[in-house]
Design a protein around this ligand. Sequence first.
Ligand code: SAM
Length: 292
Amino acid sequence: MNSERVAASVSAREIIQPVLFERFRELIRRTAGIHIASYKNSFLANRLRQRMSFLEIDFFEEYWNYISGEGGKEELQILLELVTTNVTSFFRENNQFEFLLTTVLPEFVNRAEAGGQRRIRVWSTACASGEEPYSIAMTLMEGLPSPQRWDVKILASDISLKMLERAAEGLYTVESVSELSSRRRRFFEESGRMCRITPDIADWVVLKRINLAGGKLPVKAQFDMIFCRNVMIYFDRTTQRRVVEELVSHLKDGGYLFMGHAESLRQHTDLVEFVEPTIYRKRRVRQVNDAA
Ligand SMILES: C[S@@+](CC[C@H](N)C(=O)[O-])C[C@H]1O[C@@H](n2cnc3c(N)ncnc32)[C@H](O)[C@@H]1O
């Protein structure tokens, strides 16, 4: 970069020109359903600046041309990763894992003892770096009698390939694992200065890139439980409704939907019924009474 360009390039405080800001907002909304509030110009400007500095691009307009041009598809994926947050942790919102252990799993065990299948299908729809699906797997390991005799699959998806790669590695810091009880620490083994999730847990988890806001979801299975936590907050109302409808269509009757602490489904009680805060159940289809 020559010095004139440096002088003319975007300064650390500069916001994105309003028309261009609208174009970025619309692009992000259209591709990932993510709603960037109109007052978040400097937030977006800061995030773009990090990326532009790496690419040695000086102007927001230039970055717009880059992302809309050839090779833009890959850059779009990177942009989406810049504007979402991937904060997560093991057993985040622990009351849900307690509920899974003490209420949901006994239902499965009772059903199996009454001659039903030993089969559980779970979907962690915005799994970030994997702590959520692995926490589900650990809870199932703890709560199921003879867990290896059960047919368990946990689909773990996210829009971010970077996050999915981290989830696939299954490597976590000693600090994040040391917060777990010793009962749960047995699901990790030392790997250098990190801890790796053990193969019996990892084997239950299947990773796939899925954009929740991409319309019809590319999933065939019907699930007993779906976790959709701390991602709906990024979506506008229309996208939220579409995503809830899609997810519910992939839940078995009576299946559970777990949401994040700030994500109420009050608006969608035609599809799900409230169980306790952040936990919902798909409404059972009413049986038609032939005799009536
Ligand atoms: C804050 S993290 C939540 C992680 C985990 N569910 C939890 O509650 O701890 C939000 C995740 O949503 C993902 N995400 C954002 N938009 C998405 C979309 N349209 N489809 C799928 N995942 C998305 C992000 O990549 C990020 O990993």
